[in-house]
Design a binder for this molecule. Structure first.
Ligand code: NAP
Length: 336
């Protein structure tokens, strides 16, 4: 089969090649990949800044895929040939609390990913792709949508009328805007672009703050919330901006620490954290059971993924470059 192979760190070392098509073993599905979507994680893996010691070389990259089952191994019962499925990043985290070694079983590193004509997914970790979505749309769900969903629902327990802050207009944040609004929450969004803020407001956000022209954006959040702060903040920026996130969140409020766009280490001011009694929870996507629940919700609320652009298989490198420049919502690569 044709596959993109990461032979060493750096986008120049991502090369199209031919490898043996895998065969499904006991409990496994062979999936003809229809489309994959890129996440910041995929770019960080190529750049060598995401757990580089865990990246095998060569690697078939990209975790998030949607496609059709074309063969099944022995004892498969949950799916049959012809079913459309999604990959699920934490392939062994099926329900409840995570185990200690979940990152060892992630697609797109260290397990082979979906930037290839075929991919192996164990039936336990496969998720039925929403019927009303194309492969290009369904491929956006496994990390971006599910992280937003888990942060808002499983961790955030957001109630109608509560206020949520999302940072930037990338994959996770745009799904968070759509899901939070469907849950009846009010959304405040930040972005470096006034144009993107306008587009987020068109999606239903109640306010937008440009974090470039308003570097003390937390003050603006306090003004917008009557001095109280938001109920839940989805922090994708990371770095020392966590101190601003604490200031922008209500007393005893919650922060879902999702990303590290501005840095993987922080200088944390403990006194505001203590006085505001903030809960900061590290988020690592979600178990498969949460994915199943999310798909029912997306279907019920007719939420369609916001896709910035779909690239053909041959232009995978251009898709990575697009993500690096910043996309509004998701960047997708069509395979089949
Ligand atoms: N822990 C998890 O489970 C999990 C899951 C998914 C993603 N993540 C992490 O979350 C982060 C976002 O992922 P993604 O896939 O949504 O990325 P993405 O699609 O590449 O989105 C990036 C966007 O974030 C905004 N941004 C960049 N720097 C920012 C900053 N300093 N402050 C606020 N916004 C900033 C920009 O939006 P504007 O152009 O509008 O400014 C940019 O376009 C990454 O660090 C990723 O690794 C973690």
């Amino acid at each position: 089969m044709k596959a993109w192979l990461l032979k060493d760190f750096g986008l120049n070392n991502l090369e199209m090649g031919e490898v043996r098509t895998p065969e499904p073993r006991d409990g496994e599905l062979l999936v003809k990949v229809g489309a994959v979507s890129l996440n910041f994680r995929d770019k960080a893996i190529v750049d060598g800044i995401y757990e580089p010691h865990m990246v095998p070389k060569p690697l078939i990259p990209v975790s998030d895929a949607a496609g059709t089952v074309v063969a099944v191994g022995d004892s498969v019962t949950r799916f049959e040939v012809g079913d459309r499925v999604n990959s699920h990043l934490y392939s062994r985290w099926l329900d409840g609390e995570p185990g200690p070694d979940e990152p060892d079983y992630c697609f797109g590193s260290p397990l082979p990913g979906g930037l290839a004509e075929y991919m192996i997914i164990h039936e336990d970790s496969a998720v039925r792709a929403p019927e009303n979505m194309s492969d290009e749309e369904a491929a956006t769900l496994p990390i971006a949508a599910l992280t937003a969903w888990y942060s808002l629902v499983d961790f955030g327990q957001i109630q109608p009328g509560q206020t949520v802050l999302v940072q930037g207009t990338g994959g996770v944040s745009i799904f968070a805007v759509q899901i939070a609004i469907a849950l009846g929450a009010k959304v405040i969004a930040t972005s470096s672009s006034d144009q993107n803020l306008q587009t987020v407001m068109n999606l239903g956000a109640v306010a937008g703050i440009n974090y470039r022209s308003t570097p003390n954006w937390e003050d603006e959040v306090l003004k917008l919330t009557g001095g109280k702060g938001v109920d839940l903040l989805l922090d994708v920026a990371g770095g020392s901006g966590i101190n601003q996130s604490i200031a922008a969140t209500k007393a005893a409020g919650r922060i879902a620490q999702i990303g590290f766009l501005a840095g993987q280490t922080v200088h944390l001011n403990l006194m505001p954290l203590i006085f505001r009694q903030t809960t900061i929870r590290g988020i690592a996507v979600a178990p498969r059971s949460s994915f199943d629940r999310m798909n029912l919700f997306l279907n019920k609320h007719k939420i369609r993924p916001v896709i910035d652009r779909v690239y053909p298989f041959e232009k995978a490198r251009e898709a990575y470059e697009h993500l690096a420049k910043g996309a509004f919502g998701k960047v997708v690569i069509k395979i089949a």
